[in-house]
Design a protein around this ligand. Structure first.
Ligand code: F6P
Length: 404
């Protein structure tokens, strides 16, 4: 394999925390190895159009120094483009010509499952590239940069909502991104001590959620000396009902990768709870006992939904993601120099740089329901009858895998 002197950096899919650390990690490690890194702007759209560019930005120490690793988002920009789907029979030649024009020998590409599938595709086309796992959804096999930042933001939103929820004695439903899995809703909800966490892996039984609301929220308010309380629900956007059907608003359309845009889970939950609150005489009784009942005004407790949307992946990166991002970016360079094209960085553990084939890394990882049962035993509702936590005791020596 020819020596690698110039590495193109691509970030693709949804942006998130830690990506700027990835970029800086690639740039600094490339320099340390006697190579250099350049930005290919705006994801695979930029890769496809590279041949038409007049110049690329070289990430030397001065330019990279202007990037703040702790800011979320990506200095390299993003797009959602699947190269295979581009309606241009000469697309791979066009990409190769762009790389040749700028003397780019290899690519360090950070993204999620769709991005990774393009890494597999490009590697098969003979373009040297490695994949750095990135997605706030945490649905890849290895840890992906952005997950921890999103969890922290979700936890902050859910915690903060409790102050307004308490002030009005409202049930508050926080709908968060996560696509078809519930990792970030789960971990963020646990961190905020949410009463109820609903994730796509568990079809929701709304009668069970309603009973939990009554048992927890009604008692909380009635036992409070100032008659104040709230009930918090964190819901992942991709949840399903008891028939396994996804609960999203069809009118939202599809994104550029062709995935349905998910929205509306929070609204659906509010409607389900309101329906039950209206039909149940216990809710009027609760309103009267709590001193909130006002005929024609406050007849049942209020339920509101909030969707922070892109805010959970914006702003600042967590310290964990900055650490992971730097290491993963540097590791990508080491993999490229070692000719390990078509692979995904898993992590750096002391002197060990772990990687797996990208085709394996992008297989969807779902929330482990065995662990959900542990949190059910601690009192949280997951929209199903609580399951018994079945556990094994294992004595563990040496390195243990760290993954949320
Ligand atoms: O895949 C990351 C993600 O944040 C999902 O959780 C969410 O469904 C989607 O991106 C939103 O994408 P966009 O920014 O294109 O609206």
């Amino acid at each position: 394999m020819a020596s690698i002197k110039r590495i193109g950096i691509i970030t693709s899919g949804g942006d998130c925390g830690g990506l700027n650390a990835v970029i800086k990690g690639v740039a600094a490690e490339a320099a340390a190895q006697g190579a250099e890194a350049v930005v290919i702007p705006n994801g695979y759209a930029g890769l496809y159009n590279l041949v038409d560019f007049e110049e690329v930005v070289v990430l030397d120490a001065k330019r990279a120094g202007r990037i703040d690793a702790s800011r979320a988002g990506s200095e390299a920009g993003h797009s959602r483009v699947k190269i295979k789907k581009i309606e241009d029979p000469a697309k791979y030649d066009r990409i190769k010509n762009g790389l040749k024009k700028f003397g780019i020998d290899a690519l360090a590409i950070s993204g999620g499952d769709d991005t990774g599938s393009v890494v597999v595709d490009l590697a098969a086309q003979g373009i040297p590239c490695v994949h750095i796992p990135k997605t706030m959804d945490l649905d890849l096999q290895p840890y992906s940069v952005g997950g921890d930042s999103a969890i922290n933001k979700i936890a902050e939103c859910a915690r903060d909502l409790k102050t307004t929820g308490m002030s009005h004695n409202r049930v508050l439903v926080l709908e968060v991104f996560g696509r078809y899995v519930g990792h970030t809703a789960f971990r963020g909800g646990v961190a905020a001590e949410a009463d109820c966490i609903l994730i796509p892996e568990i079809p929701v039984d709304f009668d069970i959620v309603y009973e939990h609301v009554k048992k927890t929220f009604f008692a909380r308010v009635l036992e409070s000396d100032v008659r104040a309380g709230t009930y918090s629900i964190v819901v992942a956007e991709g949840i399903r009902n008891a028939n396994g059907e996804m609960l999203y608003d069809e009118s939202a359309g599809v994104d550029a990768f062709g995935h349905k845009k998910l929205a509306g889970a929070g609204k659906y939950i509010r409607q389900q709870l309101e329906k039950r609150l209206k039909a149940d005489p216990a809710s009027k009784d609760f309103m009267q006992k709590s001193g909130m009942f006002v005929p024609g005004v406050y007849v049942i407790p209020e339920v509101r939904e909030v969707a922070p949307g892109h805010l959970v992946r914006s702003g600042s990166s967590s310290a964990y993601d900055v650490n992971f991002g730097f290491k993963a970016g540097a590791a990508a360079v080491l993999l490229l120099l070692a000719g390990k094209t078509g692979n995904t960085v898993v992590g750096v553990d002391g002197k060990k740089v772990h990687y797996i084939p990208t085709s394996e890394a992008i297989k969807r990882r779902e929330v482990d329901l065995a662990e959900v049962a542990l949190f059910e035993s601690l009192g949280a509702c997951f929209g199903r009858s609580p399951q018994k936590y079945e556990f094994e005791l294992l004595e563990t020596r040496g390195t243990i895998e760290r993954r949320l």
